[in-house]
Design a protein around this ligand. Sequence first.
Ligand code: HEC
Length: 205
Amino acid sequence: MSDRVDEPAKQDSAGSEELLREHAYDGIQEYDNPLPGWWVWTWILSIVFCFPYVVFYHGADGRSLEDEYEQEVADFADMLLATYGELQPDEETIRRYMSDDVAMAGMKSLFKSKCTQCHKADGTGLVGPNLTDDAWINVKVLTDLPKVLEQGVVPKGMPAWGSQFSTTQIVLMSAYVASLRADPKPGKAAQGEAIPPWAAGLAGS
Ligand code: HEC
């Protein structure tokens, strides 16, 4: 072991002002060697900066990257929607869009953002009924879907979407909801009455 261990603080070999501290651990002494000023200031300023940053971007009006991304997706969806023109809520139109992959992908994400809280992202139901099974409360034929979406069932907790969605969106969302029945999943227990498949509805009308 070196005989420097018990020596008092002294200058290092370069003769600078970095002094050896007095204490020794297992024979190891450390320099009293402060972090460089620029480093300490970068650290302090980044701590100070984080508070207004969090408040502005996560609490107030500041747009996070996620907000900007969502805005761009929404703008793109609007642009896409414009290409569909004004759709009519009739059986033939709803049926046609049920197999339009692009429209259905758009509605899937709209459903996720607006309907998940009550119907679950996959439509199997929470507060609202399971939309993938054959049991329906307010719907008998395909064209009942746009009516329910537009007017809601307000006393039962299903909001009216007519003021938020355009008619074209209502039609496309009806097609999306109708398409969920093609893949029935277990979820909320059946509510209402079993109705025939949409195709049979067409034959009967
Ligand atoms: C705040 C909760 C809530 C939200 C959000 C909501 N729903 Fe509903 N929805 C309900 C409830 C509750 C019912 C059942 C109404 C009843 O008992 O008659 C319902 C019923 C329905 C029905 C008729 C089902 C049937 O069996 O008659 C459809 C279709 C539907 N919702 C689609 C949607 C779509 C699409 C969205 C999103 C755009 C949506 N809902 C958003 C609560 C909600």
